[in-house]
Design a protein around this ligand. Sequence first.
Ligand code: THG
Length: 269
Amino acid sequence: MKGECVEIIGEKINGTRKRVAQAIAERDADFICQLARSQAEAGAAWLDVNAGTHPEQEPDDLVWLIENVQAVTDTPLCLDSANPQALAVAIEAVDKTPMINSISGEPDRLENILPLVAEHGCCVIALAMSATRVPETSEERVAVIHKVMEATRAAGVLDEHIYVDPLVMTVGTCLQSGPVFFDTLRAVHAAYPEVHFTAGLSNISFGLPARSYINRAFLTLALGAGLDSAILDPLDQDLRAALLAAEVVLGRDDYCLNYTRAYRAGLFD
Ligand code: THG
């Protein structure tokens, strides 16, 4: 991993956010274009696109989002939906090979989303959860990933195209959320050395005050466990600084170049 950068998946174009939902409903293209441009300029490797709408409405909304994002940036997209129909339509609308967010141990998603991934040569996020729930223990989460990896290999998807998401639960309701995440990541990495890892970190701190401290501590420790990608707000300076600093301390930033370049570019102070 030496010399390589953690891949940031920009999280801001997400219809579960009130302001984005409003922009989708009102077809406010300027607002979406601004979110796309700012995240791309901040160095996101991928832009997550989630319409967050009802299944019947989702394909249209997702395509509208994609067209607007692509009008202002050529950063590849991370298509965030559990709906195979919406993903099938969205894949036809993208200019660059997208990442698919996501598959899981759920048979319906494996059956209907995996063929799209294989056909288009996409990278894909694999959630460590079954159809019904997020397992509480790392052993159960690893077992789900074994099942998913059997399916992705059978479909001809390369291990290096898989981004495993060990899943971040809220620490307020699940005290062992962090340790279970780190244990799952390490065990999956040992079994499948070519796969990548990602996570939507902000869930860890839900319901707590001053959430950003928790998010930064979690990100730092997750990077130590081997996280090499993250779904986050690329415009969050403190989070970006924490990420770059952790990479320096982990010996993954040759000559501290990424850190010093980001500093000189004014990314943080
Ligand atoms: N794993 C995977 N995909 C994911 C998630 C995950 N996609 C969705 C989500 N989790 C990650 N994306 C976001 C996007 C936006 C916000 C949080 C996570 C966000 N939240 C504000 C907050 O937390 O305060 C509130 C929303 C608002 O602005 O209205 O911005 O875990 N594979």
